[in-house]
Design a protein around this ligand. Structure first.
Ligand code: URA
Length: 223
C-alpha cells in the first residue's frame, strides 16, 4: 500500500527509477505537485497537504470533502474521529485502505475552521483528483457526503436525494459507477442517519459482490 508523506526536499537514499507509463505521471509526482500547490487560498493556512492514500489499483475509491485538523497535522486522509468511523463503515463491507481502497478528498488542504470548501477552491484542486482517478482507475467510487458528491457530479441536488442510488461519474469516455452516502461526521452529529447510511453501504456492497464475488477475500486474508 502507498502512504502519502509530506515530501521532503532532501532525500536520503537513491530514488527508485520510475516506470515511464502514463506520460511519466505517478502517484508520487502528483503528491509532489500537491505539496507545493498555491492554486487557492487554502495554501496560506495549511500545515500539510493531504493528497490521499491507499492501494494502487483500488476496487473502490472513497472520496471525502477535505482535511480536518488531524489530517492537516498528519498529512493523511481520514485519521481523526470521522476517519475512525469511516474505517468502521468500510470494514463493515470488507473494504479498507490497505487492501482494496484508495481514500482521497475534493480539496487537499484544510479549510480554516473546517468550513465547507468554496467552489473556487474545489475547482482549483480538481485537476489533482482527476489525475488520481486517471492513474488509479477505480472500479467504483463511494462519495462521502454532500460536498463530495455535489462536486463530483457537478450538481446542487441535496445529499438526501442523491444518497443510496447508483449514479455515474463521467470520466472522459468512461463512466465509473458512483454511490453517495452520508459523511461520517454527519453520522457523528446525528445518530438517526446511521440506519440509512447502513442501507446505502449494503446496497453498495451488493454491486461490489455482483461484479467481483471474491473482492472481500484480500480484506479477510491481509488484514
Ligand atoms: N473529513 C473529510 O472529508 N476528509 C478527511 O480527510 C477527514 C475528514
Amino acid at each position: 500500500s502507498m502512504t502519502a508523506q509530506p515530501v521532503s526536499s532532501e532525500s536520503k537514499s537513491q530514488p527508485e527509477p520510475k516506470k515511464e507509463i502514463n506520460g511519466g505521471i505517478t502517484l508520487e509526482s502528483i503528491y509532489e505537485r500537491i505539496s507545493v500547490c498555491r492554486n487557492c487560498v487554502l495554501a496560506n493556512t495549511r500545515t500539510n497537504t493531504v493528497p490521499g492514500e491507499g492501494v494502487e489499483h483500488p476496487y473502490v475509491m472513497v472520496i471525502g470533502e477535505g482535511p480536518g485538523e488531524d489530517e492537516d497535522k498528519s498529512g493523511r486522509p481520514f485519521v481523526g474521529k470521522a476517519g475512525q468511523l469511516l474505517d468502521k463503515m468500510l470494514a463493515a463491507i470488507a473494504l479498507n485502505r490497505t487492501t482494496n481502497c484508495y481514500i482521497a478528498n475534493i480539496v487537499k488542504c484544510r479549510p480554516p475552521m473546517n468550513r465547507t470548501p468554496m467552489p473556487d477552491e474545489a475547482y482549483a484542486c480538481a485537476g489533482y483528483l482527476q489525475a488520481q482517478i486517471h492513474l488509479l482507475k477505480p472500479k467504483f467510487i463511494l462519495a462521502m457526503g454532500r460536498t463530495a458528491v455535489q462536486n463530483l457530479l457537478k450538481t446542487n441536488t441535496g445529499i438526501n436525494s442523491l444518497r443510496g442510488q447508483w449514479l455515474e461519474f463521467q470520466f472522459g469516455n468512461e463512466k465509473i459507477p458512483l454511490m453517495a452516502t452520508y459523511h461520517p461526521s454527519a453520522l457523528l452529529r446525528d445518530e438517526r442517519l446511521k440506519a440509512p447510511a447502513w442501507q446505502d453501504l449494503k446496497k453498495f456492497r451488493e454491486k461490489l459482490l455482483a461484479e467481483k464475488p471474491d473482492y472481500a477475500e484480500i480484506f479477510y486474508t491481509q488484514k
